[in-house]
Design a protein around this ligand. Structure first.
Ligand code: ZN
Length: 240
């Protein structure tokens, strides 16, 4: 079983298509989505429909929640809030209802999936260091858990202590627990503009991070043409 784990698509259709094409080429047999299908970029409905049609496990992200709500976005940063107000106009009631019904946490095969962290998943806490990861491990009852939310690919390992691993691939060793951020398809923030996702090769206990190029200029033009904040287009090129 080769599973493609992808998330934080954020309505970037070109990036999503490039990632799914690569996953097919890499002989992935199954797909799991970490959430945040919408928000920021210009193709929320299209990305939602692609993921929905895949009929794969999907967990809810904070932008999915905000896009299908009617609550005020006053506490959010203005650029994200602007994009979410626009996104609300792009989705129909039935698409909103599908987003609303997504679950916060799922167990798939022998691993767990969550958008932010297993420690209070509805609070959308960001895991940016090993101390943040420690609170997650207290609630992680499977050996491996995948997440997203920070848009920065990362592996946290808990053996005798919790440490951070920065590598293109990792072997799952017996006796240790793994909390793995799969990075972002549609808006990477680790300084690399290319889409990021993970392949979990279960038979070989192997995790591989993939970086995929996509036609960036097309995505940027769509953002500008939609009247979304210009900075959402420029940030994509710098991977931030
Ligand atoms: Zn996100």
């Amino acid at each position: 079983m080769r599973i493609a784990l992808f998330g934080d698509i954020h309505a970037n259709l070109e990036a999503l298509e490039a990632v799914l094409a690569d996953a097919r080429e890499q002989n992935c047999t199954d797909y799991v989505c970490m959430g945040d299908l919408v928000g920021y970029n210009a193709n929320p409905a299209e990305c939602l429909e692609i993921v929905r049609s895949m009929n794969c496990p999907v967990v809810k992200g904070n932008h999915d929640e905000d896009a299908c709500g009617t609550h005020s976005l006053d506490t959010m940063n203005p650029v994200a809030a602007n994009a979410l107000l626009w996104t609300r106009q792009q989705l129909n009631e039935e698409q909103c209802d599908w987003l609303r019904k997504l679950r916060m946490v799922r167990q798939v095969a022998d691993f767990t999936v969550v958008h932010s962290t297993l420690d209070q998943p509805t609070n959308w806490n960001y895991v940016t260091n090993r101390f943040d990861a420690m609170s997650n491990f207290s609630y992680q009852f499977t050996q491996v858990c995948f997440h997203g939310h920070t848009h920065v690919p990362r592996v946290y390992v808990k053996d005798s202590k919790v440490h951070e691993v920065n590598a293109d691939s990792v072997i799952i060793e017996p006796g240790a627990k793994y909390f793995i951020n799969v990075g972002s398809v549609g808006q990477p923030r680790d300084g690399d503009w290319r889409s990021c996702y993970v392949i979990y090769d279960m038979a070989h206990h192997l995790i591989v991070f993939r970086r995929i190029e996509y036609p960036l200029e097309i995505t940027q033009k769509k953002i500008i043409d939609a009247g979304l904040p210009e900075m959402l287009a420029s940030r994509l090129a710098g991977g931030r």
